[in-house]
Design a protein around this ligand. Structure first.
Ligand code: K7E
Ligand code: CUA
Length: 645
């Protein structure tokens, strides 16, 4: 398949020549470049954040075909995630059940700075959370809430061996939270930067420590890599610490900062007993693949670190002007601040930063944290002529690509010489962009995907709101070439891409029935049964093409809580069964082969009520159905069920 694809590409010849695609006319070469023939597979997976959908959507590149939506922070009736008894605990927080979030930045796990395809992490921005999703099952396996945080935006970025997933707060808040006047923000609110360790064997998350920083807004972040491994960089804005009329008051300073954090130093300090344990309340939710069930634990304390207690660990790099994106090149040498109110890009040098720190050349301090001199750390300025730079990615060939929201374009420039090599319009108002592996030491610089905020006339109108558009540019030549345009779902702020060959071979096909440790599983249809426990009725139900066992149940009464525990006995790839009950106040369930899932039904009315399989599983799928007889409360109809005799 790959060979055929390469042949297709090399037959295209003269990419990037005079034919501009800005007039919307795609050359036949462009069509060939994105064409993935029926039955053929894409070259890359692209995981797009869902923004206000709270989830992740999975696409193929270059075809732009959508493969799946992975529910993460939002209830998802398509699969029953967040509705089934097993998955409800995933959405538990210290605020109770929160069935939605705003997810922005997916990041794939790395080993030695390269994508390893084990997990993908994503942040919940609104009710601060970090999720870990398995890239073999494509299921959300873990969600940890972040205390002392609000607007969990400079998240979720991982260090080069997945030692930590890092989560910074956008909004500074009182730490600990308390009732106080808002206009006493300045000097009193704090910004916490959280370091969550990832267990190398099973990925389990643990909030190791939080740095309690001055009360700025921490917008975005990226890890150091290579020579700068051990450091983490965060853009800040609102160093004015304004609390109202922000669009004016937080843009007064000519320069804000990039905060450079030597996390290895902080880690060593903590390992030697440093830091202050403080009370906190945050949920830690873990999904077990063998019981097919999530548990939620409420944590009670968190280790906080005052940056002033770890000398030499935290510095500020002046950066114009309310920077948004904070990106680090594949070598780890260059740290790029995208000043969203500036026309130029500021590139800092890691080597110069270290030299300035060693020479103790400071330009004052902010709340005791040394500020380095702008000129001492500056590597160069990209004078692009664009407006509103937001985010930068890298192709691994010495080039960087920056999005400009206001001038609506992607600009390609050269690391080291800072010269602009190319620019292409986006349609319209681009936010992030993504090159597979573009946030690692080893990018796969063949395509860049621009994620646009405004769609307007790109597709047939669908009422007042249009889905956001993404655009694929071929970047294998000297000039970028727009080759495709496709709609996305929710608001993909950022995305993470990975070569298909790193994921597809280990994608899970089934769950093994003989490894099913769900307490309500029925491992053979002969064990199917119905049991009453007070007003709770537990239905131990099996499904196999094309039958529910049991399929008729009598003796259920109004006021009962009926739990349908459904085990899918299939052991074939891609044969889920569904379950839906008339009048249930949750969604249907989709149960994967070998899995057990539970749906709660509280019957309201006497009668004979049907249930059925929602997934067209065989020629006799329409026969996959059954009835529950519901009698009035207090009736003495005995509990009986049919096993298909
Ligand atoms: Cu939309 Cu990364 Cu949340 Cu910029 S962020 S666009
Ligand atoms: Cu099972 Cu349709």
């Amino acid at each position: 398949m790959l060979l055929g694809f390469t042949a297709l590409l090399s037959s295209c010849g003269n990419q990037g020549d005079s034919k501009s695609s800005s007039n919307g006319a795609l050359s036949s070469n462009a069509a060939e470049k994105v064409y993935v023939a029926p039955g053929e597979h894409d070259e890359f997976y692209a995981f797009m954040s869902g923004g206000y959908s709270g989830n992740i959507t999975v696409y193929g590149l270059p075809s732009g075909r959508m493969f799946k939506e992975i529910p993460v922070f939002s209830q998802f009736p398509t699969s029953g995630y967040g509705y089934s008894e097993e998955t409800k605990p995933m959405l538990n927080t210290s605020f109770g059940f929160v069935p939605w979030d705003d997810s922005h930045h997916p990041d794939i796990s790395q080993t030695n700075g390269e994508l390893d395809g084990r997990w993908i992490f994503i942040n919940g921005n609104n009710t601060p959370r970090i999720a870990r999703v398995s890239l073999s099952t494509f299921e959300t396996e873990e969600i940890i809430e972040i205390p002392n945080s609000a607007g969990n935006h400079s998240s979720s970025f991982i260090t080069e061996n997945t030692e930590y997933v890092v989560a910074g707060t956008r909004f500074s808040v009182p730490v600990p939270q308390r009732d106080m006047p808002i206009n006493e923000y300045k000097g009193n609110f704090k910004g916490s930067l959280s370091f969550i360790s990832v267990a190398p064997d099973n990925g389990r998350l643990n909030l190791e420590f939080q740095l309690t920083m001055p009360g700025f807004n921490y917008d975005l972040s990226h890890p150091g890599r290579g020579k700068s491994h051990g450091w983490f960089f965060f853009t800040t804005y609102n160093t004015e610490e304004a609390n109202s009329l922000m669009e004016v008051n937080s843009s007064q300073n000519d320069k804000d900062f990039i905060a450079a954090i030597n996390w290895k130093k902080v880690e060593a300090y903590v390992k030697n007993g440093g830091g202050t344990m403080m009370p906190a309340e945050y949920a830690h939710n873990v999904y077990d693949e063998h019981t097919h069930t999530a548990t939620s634990t409420m944590k009670k304390e968190v280790l906080t670190v005052n940056p002033l207690d770890v000398p030499g660990a935290v510095f500020f790099l002046p950066t114009p002007k309310s920077p948004h994106g904070c990106d680090v090149d594949p070598s780890g040498q260059y740290i790029i601040g995208n000043g969203k109110l500036s026309a130029d890009l500021t590139v800092h040098s890691f080597d110069k930063m270290i030299a300035a720190i060693e020479g103790k050349k400071f330009d004052g301090e902010a709340y005791g944290i040394p500020i380095l001199k702008f000129e001492d750390v500056l590597a160069g300025v990209v004078k692009s002529g664009g407006l509103g730079p937001l985010h930068t990615e890298f192709d691994g060939k010495g080039n960087a690509y920056t999005t400009f929201f206001i001038s609506s374009e992607v600009v390609k420039w050269k690391l080291g010489t800072w010269e602009v090599l190319d620019r292409q319009p986006t349609f319209y108002s681009v936010g992030h962009l993504m090159i597979p592996g573009g946030n690692s030491a080893k990018p796969f610089g063949k395509y860049v995907v621009a994620m646009n905020k405004i769609t307007k006339d790109r597709y047939l109108p669908t009422g007042p709101e249009m889905e956001h558009s993404a655009q694929i540019y071929d970047i294998s030549g000297d000039k970028m070439e727009l080759i495709y345009d496709f709609p996305t779902h929710g608001e993909p702020h950022y995305a993470a891409g990975i070569p298909a060959e790193l994921l597809a071979p280990k994608s899970k096909k089934i769950y093994r029935l003989d490894e099913n440790k769900h307490p309500y599983a029925v491992l053979t249809p002969a064990d199917a049964r119905v049991e009453r426990d007070g007003n709770e009725v537990h239905v131990y139900m099996s499904t196999i093409r094309s039958h529910f066992t049991p399929d008729n149940i009598e003796g259920v009464k109004v006021g009962d809580k009926v739990y349908f525990h459904i085990t899918n006995h299939e052991q074939d790839f891609d044969v889920p069964h569904g379950f839906a009950m008339i009048g249930q106040n949750t969604s249907e369930l989709l149960v994967m082969p070998g899995q057990t899932k539970t749906s709660l039904w509280e019957p309201k009315k006497p009668g004979v009520w049907p249930f059925y399989c929602t997934d067209f599983c065989s020629a006799l799928h329409q026969e996959m159905q059954g009835y529950v007889r519901v009698s009035p409360a207090g009736s003495n109809v005995p509990l009986t069920y049919s096993l298909g005799e």
